[in-house]
Design a protein around this ligand. Structure first.
Ligand code: PMP
Length: 365
């Protein structure tokens, strides 16, 4: 029987594969596969959420006024220039929807966040892949991909899944060399994990340049992944364009309340950043000791590290054996990273545990 046919460019999309949340058989496992906050959610955010958890009959504030004001106060931004969405995933889709379409090109790096390609293909545009520089973002490679059809460039800083950081000078150089008609999107999902001196200047650029949009999320350092709230900052014109296609009531009442409390809880953010700094360094050092087995850690500024397997032990075998030991990490063959595992920095016990498990697996090869 004849059935409606989806668009060709939709069928060209490889579906997003989320990090697993359980091991085969359902045994208790440590989830280090989705870069969530190891310490959980700010108690103040949980209290704010709880206070609104029965507000279910009415629609939320479609303008997210208080949330925008809280974000603006925290980062010294204009509230009218803040967009919000169902996770920053939605913001990425809004940007592609507003600025790209059939016949257009959208650039992202080779080891980039999977949603850039999905958002690009969804609107019928073509993803163009810039090569990396030993897993890090290569500004020259991005610039080399520019054509008259380029409409958007997506970069993440720090980058996921590599954890690498692009300096303020390099971001400025990228922007300076892009034509004004190209929208530069700087995805800062992990920016709060950076040390203060590592500010990449993205928000400063977005304050002044009409062709820069910064995206942020409440899913990572703020520990609110379940509530699906992200935001973006850009010119008034860009934000107005995105509002035209945004889902009207995209952020729940309890979620908005939790996000407001979270963005105001500097102590929780600081505690998480410090925890992550200490245990990321510890984990990188431990894995560094396995270099004789050709394991290598890509330098990370985020709350995860990419471990490369360049010897007899494959990333796939390590992934399977970690799973058998109750550790769920991320193997990303679909993103061209068949030789690596992305491992989220967990609690102290989880981090010590996954390092010991990897040592054990290496010893058994
Ligand atoms: N950008 C990057 C680089 C990410 O890693 C993620 C989450 N994995 C997101 C955006 C989207 O996060 P969310 O939709 O939860 O805000």
């Amino acid at each position: 029987m004849l059935a409606p046919k989806p668009k060709d460019w939709i069928m060209a999309i490889a579906p997003y594969i989320p990090g697993r949340s359980s091991v085969d058989g359902g045994a208790k496992a440590v989830k280090l596969s989705s870069n969530e906050n190891a310490l959980g959610t700010s108690p103040k955010a949980i209290a704010a959420f709880a206070a609104h958890s029965t507000d279910l009959a009415r629609y939320p504030d479609a303008s997210a006024t208080e949330l925008r004001e809280a974000i603006a106060a925290k980062y010294d931004l204009e509230p009218e220039r803040i967009i919000y969405g169902t996770g920053s995933d939605e913001i990425l889709h809004l940007i592609a929807g507003a600025y790209a379409g059939q016949g257009d090109e959208v650039i992202h790096v080779r080891y980039g966040f999977a949603v850039y390609e999905i958002a690009t293909r969804r609107v019928g545009a073509l993803p163009v892949i810039a090569r990396d520089k030993d897993y890090a973002t290569d500004v020259d490679a991005i610039l080399a991909c520019m054509t008259s059809k380029t409409r958007v460039v997506f970069i993440a800083n720090p980058n996921n899944p590599t954890g690498t950081f692009t300096s303020r000078a390099e971001i400025a150089r990228l922007h300076a060399n892009l034509p004004n008609r190209v929208m530069l999107v700087i995805d800062q999902a992990y920016a709060e994990f950076l040390d203060a001196e590592d500010d990449d200047g993205a928000l400063d650029l977005a304050r002044t340049a009409p062709n820069v949009i910064v995206t942020r999320t409440f899913s990572k350092i703020h520990g609110l992944a379940a509530e699906r709230i992200g935001w973006g900052y850009g010119s008034a014109e860009a934000i107005a364009a995105m509002h035209r296609i945004r889902a009207p009531f995209c952020c729940t009442i309890a979620g908005q309340a939790a996000a407001i409390a979270a963005v105001q809880d500097d102590a929780w953010v600081e505690k998480t950043r410090e925890h992550n700094r200490v245990w990321r360094a510890w984990f990188a050092e431990e894995i560094g000791k396995l270099s004789a087995a050709s394991l290598r850690v890509v330098p990370s500024e985020a709350n995860f590290v990419l471990v490369l397997f360049e010897g007899a032990l494959s990333a796939e075998a390590a992934y399977t054996q970690l799973m058998e030991r109750g550790y769920i990490v991320r193997w990303l063959p679909g993103q061209g990273l068949a030789n690596g595992l992305r491992i989220t920095i967990g609690t102290e016990d989880e981090t010590r545990g996954v390092a010991a498990a990897l040592r054990d697996i290496v010893a058994g090869v």
